[in-house]
Design a protein around this ligand. Structure first.
Ligand SMILES: [Zn+2]
Length: 106
């Protein structure tokens, strides 16, 4: 049992507000420069900007906000994987990915 897997889901109204904020930030120059680097925040793979997704480091449902310090560009593989894992499992995976250097991935 892992403490950080226990959480109270965020209020639906709060989630909706954060989703809208994320949508707005997606159009910002700040976000364009984030994805413009073409690198996944988690695995370090080089990814075409159009393939990068906006990821909440702390998911909105866990109380994360749509703020610059909680939003990172993630490749679709990481995004999918992150959704399937608990936050503690995901942290371990990110360590593994970084140790592997993000090389040799398609
Ligand atoms: Zn990735």
């Amino acid at each position: 049992m892992n403490l950080d897997d226990l959480f109270v889901p965020a209020d639906p109204e709060v989630m909706e507000r954060e989703r809208l904020k994320a949508k707005e930030l997606k159009r910002s120059a700040w976000w364009k420069s984030q994805i413009g680097r073409g690198v996944c925040h988690y695995c370090g793979s080089r990814v075409h900007p159009s393939e990068l997704t906006m990821d909440h480091v702390v998911p909105v449902i866990r109380g994360g906000r749509s703020a610059r310090d909680n939003l990172v560009p993630a490749c679709q593989a990481c995004n999918r994987e992150k959704r399937c894992l608990s936050s503690s499992q995901w942290r371990i995976r990110v360590e593994e990915k970084r140790a592997a250097g993000g090389e040799g991935r398609s």
